[in-house]
Design a protein around this ligand. Sequence first.
Ligand code: ZN
Length: 157
Amino acid sequence: MRKETQSQNIDELISDFSRFYILTILYEGPVHGYSIINQFKKRVKKEISPSLVYPFLQQLEEKGLVIHTQKPVGEKERKIFELTEQGRELCTGLFKRFAELVAIAIEPSMYVCAHCGCKVYEGAYREVIEGNEMAFCCMHCARSYKESKKLAKQVKQ
Ligand SMILES: [Zn+2]
């Protein structure tokens, strides 16, 4: 029983992730429904069911977040979906919130360059300066840092 509810929760989570991902695809510009499915597969390396995509698009449309236009492709009429202004606003807010969440996970492995102050995610350039291990974004910043330290010392003397 427990296992069942657990896997159900995971399914729900994944479907939420799928919806989130559909929004990122829509955010890039007008897109066919089948193109959403293809792009999803390519990027997430996972199949997504049309039975998830189309009802979700319909829900978005009912809420005024998405509009569709019909365009003939070959012999068929295809629907092209597009975010409305309101839909874009919702996405921007959503992505920002998500970025903040992700930052919590990334922050501990992020370094701030001691020279220019830019943030480096993994692979910081390290050097021991006056007994302290310092992190820089690149060796050039490390050199500039050392030079400015030297200069500061000369000024003091
Ligand atoms: Zn730097």
